[in-house]
Design a protein around this ligand. Sequence first.
Ligand code: SF4
Ligand code: SF4
Length: 245
Amino acid sequence: MPKAFLIDTSRCTACRGCQLACKEWHELPANKTKQFGWGSHQNPQDLNPNNYKLVRFSERLDGDVVRWNFFPDQCRHCEIAPCKETGDLYHEGAILQDEKTGAILYTDGTKAFSAEQFEEIRESCPYNIPRRNEKTGLLAKCTMCNDRVHKGLLPSCVKACPTGTMNFGEREDMLKLAEKRLAVVRERFPEAMLADPDDVNVIYLLTDKPEHYHSFAVAEAPAGMDRKRFLAKLASPITKMTKNA
Ligand code: SF4
Ligand code: SF4
């Protein structure tokens, strides 16, 4: 049974402690960023090879009420990972799945992917997560702090979160906690939902519609296609290529 995160956005205050803790643990360098001039407190503007985690800010008017939706974005550690399935077509083993924790891991072997192959890998991810370090050629994203988890420690973002937004443990326990919290949160936010809980090991509890967080909050299937079939299709490029041949 893999490990899983529950990210309960109803509790997030956008303090960005998780984002900083992630940078610190992975010893990622600072980025030159610009806070002004684009209408958001989100900083940096997007995930990048030096930010595996990004607290996304979204603000909207709901009638007379302003709603702030905060979304601590990161790799979902998919149960069947489309990025790995695509990567394996070109360099098998450059992207691994840890059988014990379920973490999807980008190894030094990802240097071997060309820029075009990286674009295919990025496009295969329904959550738009993979990034490429243009200097080293390495692909980058959340590692689940797999080194910490194997030593019995929590991922650094979970350890740093002061509000109970970030939770981590056995998948079964996280699913139970997610259902329990969903029942509570729905009393105040009737539209609250869990994002793709059957397919990923990073489960988000959302209080608002996914599109009110950001474009890739959930895996969206094209009109007319069942979402399960869509994810299976993304995760099976060989099947897709054979069928299209
Ligand atoms: S969220 Fe994207 S990058 Fe993460 S495992 Fe799934 S397909 Fe790969
Ligand atoms: S540390 Fe917790 S409360 Fe702060 S931004 Fe991250 S998830 Fe939200």
